[in-house]
Design a protein around this ligand. Structure first.
Ligand code: SF4
Length: 178
């Protein structure tokens, strides 16, 4: 657990934690307190995989209409990764293009005909991406999903095996999810 916000610092100090501690040990020490009760915690990327046993899971359809915007398309707090990817919001594993070419990207925009994953997410949210992936053979997880981003990353992990989707980058993100 990293000291990311001041509330983490307060909690770790209150609990007498020094150095590193595993999430399991933290929860035991905090007597089952919800991980997200006091601090900002995003159930996306690898966190949704690793922490899934601590959250209720739901069928995919529960998340179909949760809007991905503004988190997915916004003009504040996006990320530039070390590999040149302009990452929307906190959506690890998705690239809107190269930040080396940011002026052209912001002026010309994104060609959604060439970037089918972005097209579905922008126009239809997760329901659209799910239907696209299902038509390619994606199978819904029987034990459900803990968040919309958990579903999203599972679909994308499948899609990366099905074609060369330039916007699913960096590819190594998908190799280190488990
Ligand atoms: S569901 Fe996917 S695109 Fe939408 S906010 Fe989560 S990671 Fe980003």
């Amino acid at each position: 657990m990293a000291v990311y916000q001041v509330e983490y610092y307060r909690r770790l100090k209150q609990l007498g934690i020094r150095g590193r501690i595993s999430v399991e040990d933290y929860l035991e020490l905090a007597a089952g307190e919800s991980l997200a009760q006091r601090v900002e915690l995003f159930l996306m990327g690898r966190a949704s995989r690793k922490l899934r046993s601590h959250y209720p899971a739901h069928p995919a359809s529960v998340f179909f209409d949760i809007p991905c915007q503004p988190p997915f398309l916004r003009d504040w707090h996006n990320h530039f990764d070390n590999y040149g990817n302009f990452v929307p919001g906190y959506c690890g594993g998705i690239s809107l293009g190269s930040w080396h070419d940011l002026d052209r990207l912001t002026e010309d925009g994104i060609d959604l005909e060439e970037h089918v994953v972005l097209r579905h997410l922008i126009r239809e949210d997760l329901g659209g991406l799910f239907r696209f992936a299902r038509d390619l053979g994606y199978q819904e997880l029987s034990d459900g999903y803990v968040s919309n981003c958990d579903l999203c990353v599972d679909i994308r992990r499948f899609l990366i095996t099905q074609g060369d989707f330039e916007e699913l980058a960096p590819r190594e993100f998908y190799q280190h999810l488990d």
